[in-house]
Design a protein around this ligand. Sequence first.
Ligand code: PMP
Ligand code: GLU
Length: 395
Amino acid sequence: MGFSKKVSSLKESATLQAAAKAKALKDQGVKVLNLSIGEPDFSTPKSIQNAAIKAIDNGASSFYTPATGLPELKQAIIDRTREDYGVTYQMNEVFVGSGAKFVLYALFQTLLNPGDEVIIPTPYWVSYSAQVELADGTPVFVETTQDNHYRVTVEELEQARTLKTQAIILNSPSNPTGSIYTAEELKKIGEWAASNNIYIIADDIYAKLVYNGNVFTSIVSLSDEIKQQTIVVNGVSKTYSMTGWRIGYALCQPEIVSQVSKVMSQSTGNPAAVSQYAAIEALSGSQAIVEEMRQTFETRLNDIFPIVQEIPGVRVEKPQGAFYLYLDIKETLDMCGYDNVTNWVNDLLEEAHVAVVTGEAFGTSHHVRMSYATDMDTLTQAIRQINEFIDSKRI
Ligand code: PMP
Ligand code: GLU
């Protein structure tokens, strides 16, 4: 008995693992303040839930759907994208999957041959590198720093490019840093990718969660040439507080959809029908709920940010979007006598009962990620306990 080499070297998703650890401690009766997982803390809006209930009641959700999603859902995605991005896609340029996470997984399975390289700017969302490796690809990391607002430049990309570069992943607003690329930056990167025939995978999952007058630009809105080169990945999880429903989607060239469709039809079959009906309502119903949730996150960010800045030793830039704070705690670690951030994070959970995610999961060695998709009482109490933890460790 044995296991595949791939799975033996695969790590569990650090975000899910951190959340599971926090939950295990909670189940033992400990009051844990959980700032680990990135998911909105609101219930899915009633109108969306009701659409799902209706689909169950009338039997519509009883059956398999096409592998790449219901035509009505594809139409809703096209309409929403046209309204939000001002860009038009056709029905054969859309596919739906079981969460944006699986959409990305299916894309890497579809696009990569062994040894193909995918450029991933660090810090990056945990699953990108693991998914590239699962598809026998090679992640090529390009470091970004707080001093350059966690945004990669064409010059840096050009240095990382080889003949094997197949794709670049752009995640704006970013998980974990919350930084957003400007239209000018995106245009330069888009033109660079197009001229080198490199796919751009634009993970736009946080596009609607943008704060304090910052602006999201969709890279596909910048030119036809860039649009042709790009695969937009999006989903309903974050925008509509629907993480549990597992619906994500992509917009890209029809040839890619036809190839991905084979992966879908041989794996998930189709995303859960009931969730697809819920997603139709989310995308085509009133969008006022999205703005309400966005405002709540914005208020929390503005209230919590000054307090987070005061945590001893912390350097942090105010995020422009998403719902995470990415703290550089290099000085804090020195203060506390730690040379490893993951040990600090583990002790913070064990001793101070606050769950955050180690920066090592995002490809950096002295950061932690804090999600502010939780209520203000939890957030302020968590920061109090972090400060006490640091005080207790000071050497
Ligand atoms: N991309 C990024 C950057 C994310 O943070 C997430 C959240 N898990 C996803 C993709 C996947 O989202 P989901 O699978 O819930 O649609
Ligand atoms: N995207 C969220 C996070 O980063 C959800 C967990 C996950 O899918 O990794 O926390």
